[in-house]
Design a protein around this ligand. Structure first.
Ligand code: ADP
Length: 263
């Protein structure tokens, strides 16, 4: 608790299911804050599908211990550190087959026993869904400024977003907003927009459930390429149209988080 008390703002990035771009948003949000000079910690709490090491080009990095026996997160920049289960296990290729209690104690250890120091922001890449793990994570971290819910635009995703929003409500976690990712593909040759996954689910549900809609990020092969090569997209492709759209989507999150009154 003494460690957690040194963190000013805590934001979780959630999604109803995997593969919708939750880690992409978490990494780029954290990176954007660090670029703006904030002290940032990025916690990859997705035990079964950790992506932060790959997306930040730190595969193979290992955490060290502090003299007090705490976990020293991996340094990405002076003001930006990350922690992922990938930095603690032998091989990222081996599937973790830990049972619930083992996962919970690993998560608890990663949340409570990490020497983040004084942070302006802790960004948490939550496991997908609304099960035990995200529940415990939100409860252990406590005093969250809010959650960002990431979704894709098709009808089928609606039910997941509704569940994520009601999950937050039942835990009294403010929903900072919904991001619709993979929203349309702009043909690089002719500029025509194809709604590959349909459109509008994110906005529709946000309006329906009375939470902010943060915007839509299109499908862009450069996002996948940047992730695969460990370069945060908003920095690596800073001048591209999609990076500017992503900046506009994540910018209000900071204001919304800072506006939350802490109890
Ligand atoms: P999740 O955390 O929800 O499982 P990820 O952020 O890991 O999803 O994204 C899944 C894959 O999709 C990654 O390879 C990522 O680079 C890619 N991706 C995410 N968003 C986009 C996008 N808007 N355009 C293209 N590829 C994307």
């Amino acid at each position: 608790q003494a460690q957690l008390a040194r963190i000013k703002h805590r934001i979780v990035v959630m999604s109803g299911k995997g593969g919708v771009g939750k880690s992409t948003i978490a990494v780029n949000l954290a990176y954007g804050l660090a670029l703006a000079g904030k002290k940032v910690g990025l916690l990859d709490a997705d035990i079964h599908g950790p992506s932060v090491a790959k997306m930040t080009g730190t595969e193979g990095a290992r955490v060290s211990g502090t003299p007090e026996g705490m976990i020293q997160p991996v340094r990405l920049h002076d003001n930006f550190h990350a922690l992922s289960i990938a930095y603690l296990i032998d091989s990222e290729d081996s599937a973790l087959i830990w049972r619930g209690p083992m996962k919970m104690s690993a998560l608890k250890e990663m949340i409570e026993n990490t020497a983040w120091g004084d942070l302006d922001y802790l960004i948490v890449d939550c496991p997908p869904g609304t099960g035990d793990e995200p529940l415990s994570i939100c409860q252990i971290i406590g005093d969250l400024d809010g959650a960002v819910v990431v979704t894709t635009p098709q009808h089928l995703a609606e039910v997941d977003v509704r569940k994520s929003i009601s999950f937050c409500r039942s835990l009294n976690v403010p929903v900072l907003g919904v991001v619709e990712n993979m929203s349309g593909f702009v043909c690089p040759r002719c500029g025509e927009v194809t709604q590959v996954l349909g459109s509008g689910a994110g906005r529709r549900i946000a309006e329906d459930m009375g939470v902010p809609f943060l915007g839509s990020i299109p499908m862009d092969p450069d996002i996948a390429e940047a992730s695969d090569t460990g370069r945060p997209f908003i920095h690596a492709y800073a001048k591209s149209k999609t990076a500017q759209i992503m900046q506009e989507v994540i910018r209000p999150i900071v204001g919304l988080a800072e506006a939350q009154t802490k109890t």
